[in-house]
Design a protein around this ligand. Structure first.
Ligand SMILES: Cc1ncc(COP(=O)(O)O)c(C=O)c1O
Length: 466
């Protein structure tokens, strides 16, 4: 006798759900990418109070299909080209299901050796694909925002070790490019660096941080009696996917003893492909790197990998062992709670292990290459249409473009695309101009999808110009 769902009922509903998932993924093109629902529609459709007595699983599943699904934006749709388009994959979803079933907490080795050791195995595999030095230590957090915040914490521990006990960081200055992700600034806010002490360094015509401007800013801050301690370079910036000159930034970081963090949340994934690995050049001289498998390595959200060549500093920043979690010391029994702010940890490595093994290095490289090839083809079409202009180089699978007719026309095109619900693009502003972002990252996107979206864009642009 159990208070939980009976095994037979679990089996029946579980089979039904797996069938539903298989159909959903197979028929994904039949769904509109974007929902027609308005803000608050789902809240209004559901009861304001939780049920007093339990409900049958059939009713919950029916409401999932009829109420929840219509409010879903379909990230699985092959014509989802917004933000950084991401997708899970069959093996990743199956791994995630097992993680939920095992429900282990990998806070220390003893609490689940499998979670801790599979994390070390998969991080070592990824490190090798990225061609990072062997001594680099890798571990998993939830998001790049949290990974980068830990990089700032390491930098603080390195430059201001007294802050861990005394608090009150004063005079610390961090550097990042005007095109880096907002998470870098947020990490600095969270750790008490202060937003005013984050310098956003200017970039060149291709949106790459200018090393000479970085060095000038550091020198000015030193002359003012401040203490530069941290710099981020991005491999694949969010707006345009530009690649900062990591080797030149590494020179400066070494000269002024700054912690160098490389944000490869998006672009880092592509660097597992041998011919794209050069985009990481210089990272071997950095102190840390973030790469998000939930962005472009076909693993369900969330999983962000953080690598550092100074794990002892990360440990120094965060290790705090209460008696109730003390275990016998063993050099092979890693306690991951010592390497970050969180105690409890999901078994995220399992889904990643499924993905890495199912596709292998060749399989993943092939998909990534195809995405980059399709993006280049799309860029060729944009560049060949006199109504449009490309707005940035496209080293990876993101194409930035706009209408020559001006911002109003580009905004109207964007709205018309949203209204069509057939394809989803997002936007940015580059050099003061409204710019559309077309990103490929979905495992199901084909040449036909890309061509169909381009045909749609051309048709809507003609209507706008007419
Ligand atoms: C370059 C870069 N860094 C960091 C992030 C933040 O990622 P996360 O959502 O995992 O925190 C993003 C998100 O798009 C990004 O593009």
């Amino acid at each position: 006798m159990t208070n939980d769902m009976a095994p037979e009922e679990f089996r029946r509903a579980g089979h039904e759900i797996v069938d539903w998932i298989a159909d959903y993924l197979a028929n994904i093109r039949e769904y509109p990418v974007l929902t027609a629902r308005k803000p608050g529609d789902l809240i209004d459709a559901l009861p304001a109070q939780a049920p007093e007595t339990g409900e049958p699983i059939e009713r919950i599943l029916a409401d999932f299909r009829e109420q929840v699904m219509p409010s879903v934006t379909h990230w699985n749709h092959p014509r989802f080209h917004a933000y950084f388009s991401v997708s899970a994959s069959g093996p990743g979803i199956l791994g995630e299901m097992l993680t939920a079933a095992l429900n282990v907490n990998g806070m220390i080795w003893k609490s689940c050796p499998a979670a801790v050791e599979l994390e070390q195995v998969t991080m070592s595999w990824l490190r090798q694909w990225l061609r990072l030095p062997e001594e680099w230590f890798g571990q998993i957090y939830d998001t790049a925002s949290v990974s980068s915040m830990h990089a700032v914490a390491c930098a603080r521990e390195q430059a201001f070790p007294e802050v861990r006990t005394e608090g009150g960081m004063r005079g610390a200055v961090a550097y990042t490019s005007e095109h880096s992700h907002s998470s870098i600034e947020k990490g600095c806010i969270a750790l008490g660096v202060g937003q005013n002490n984050v310098r956003r360094i200017g970039s060149d015509a291709d949106f790459r941080m200018k090393p000479e401007a970085l060095e000038a800013a550091i020198r000015a801050d030193l002359a003012a009696g401040l203490k530069p301690f941290f710099v981020t370079a991005t491999v694949g910036t969010t707006s345009t996917s530009s690649i900062d000159p990591v080797p030149a930034i590494a020179d400066i970081a070494e000269r002024y003893k700054l912690w160098l963090h490389v944000d490869g949340a998006y672009g880092g994934s592509a660097c597992v492909v041998p011919e794209f690995n050069h985009y990481l050049r210089g990272t071997e001289r950095a102190d840390s790197l973030v790469v998000n498998p939930h962005k472009w390595l076909f693993t369900p959200i969330d999983i962000s990998t953080f690598f550092t060549r100074k794990p002892e500093i990360l440990r120094q920043a965060f290790s705090l062992i209460p008696e109730y979690l003390r275990t016998a010391a063993d050099p092979r029994a890693l306690n991951l709670m010592d390497y970050g702010v969180q105690l409890g940890r999901r078994f995220r490595a399992l889904k990643f292990w499924f993905v890495l093994r199912y596709f292998g290095h060749e399989g993943i490289s092939h998909i990534l290459r195809e995405h980059v090839r399709m993006a280049a083809e799309f860029a060729g079409w944009v560049g060949g249409d006199e109504r449009f202009e490309l707005a940035a180089p496209h080293p990876f699978s993101l194409v930035c473009f706009r209408m020559k007719a001006g911002d109003e026309a580009t905004k109207r095109l964007h709205q018309a695309l949203d209204d069509s619900r057939e394809a989803f693009l997002s936007h940015t502003v580059l050099n003061g101009r409204y710019t559309l972002r077309f990103a490929i990252g979905n495992i199901k996107t084909t040449d036909e999808d890309v061509a169909a979206t381009w045909t749609l864009i051309q048709r809507l642009a003609s209507e706008i110009i007419a």
